[in-house]
Design a protein around this ligand. Structure first.
Ligand code: FE2
Length: 212
């Protein structure tokens, strides 16, 4: 096994442990990484970039682990001050990863996954052309996953409603080609082709698959 594969397996294991520690995020990084690689394939991203996109997707919210748990796991919507603290998580994650050999491209995805095509994202508000394709993909997958999950203060949206919300925010918040690929894969059921039967039973509702 080469060192690249070893790095990927290590990051998969570590992120599954981090996710499992929080009832709100169980399985989240793995789901988002599966969606992200599937979309990269659909968009024709060269195969040698898929591992970087998977690593970036697995690690995108790593910085949240460095923020006080009672803020990150708040049972109610955050106030402005708390939101400002949480919005430091891409910078924290980038600082944690950027000097690790083999994780340079993943660190860039982590840093830019809350930027937006209209330049109104955070932490830096950079323009669209500086946002790497991996981050363009991860921001859509992470938003879909967050919208469809229940929180203590709200019910999650249906997958159909979440896709409609992605479409509504296209252009300002999300890149159109990524949303198009995501919704097409969702509507045809191919979004879940890399999931095992067990994962489908845990994570994907019958309604989602019936819609396909
Ligand atoms: Fe994030």
């Amino acid at each position: 096994m080469d060192s690249r594969q070893s790095l990927l397996l290590t990051v998969r294991a570590l992120t599954s442990v981090l996710d499992a520690a929080d009832p709100f995020t169980r399985g989240r990084s793995l789901r988002i990484s599966r969606y992200a690689v599937r979309i990269a394939r659909e968009l024709g991203v060269p195969e040698h970039e898929w591992a970087d996109i998977e690593l970036g997707a697995l690690l995108h919210d790593l910085g949240r682990n460095a923020i006080l748990h009672d803020v990150v796991q708040s049972p109610r919507p955050l106030d402005a001050g708390e939101r400002a603290v949480v919005q430091t998580h891409p910078t924290i994650g980038y600082a944690m990863l950027k000097d690790i050999p083999g994780l340079e491209a993943a660190a860039e995805i982590v840093w830019t996954h809350h930027e937006r095509p209209d330049g109104a994202g955070y932490p830096r508000g950079i323009p669209a052309d500086q946002i790497p394709v991996g981050a363009r993909i991860v921001m859509v997958c992470a938003a879909y996953d967050a919208m469809t999950e229940d929180r203590p203060y709200r019910r999650g949206l249906s997958s159909r409603a979440a896709c409609e919300e992605l479409r509504r925010c296209t252009g300002e918040q999300f890149f159109p080609e990524v949303v198009n690929a995501f919704v097409q894969l969702h509507d045809s059921g191919r979004l879940w082709e890399a999931f095992s039967r067990e994962e489908l039973e845990i994570w994907v509702s019958r309604g989602d698959l019936a819609a396909a």
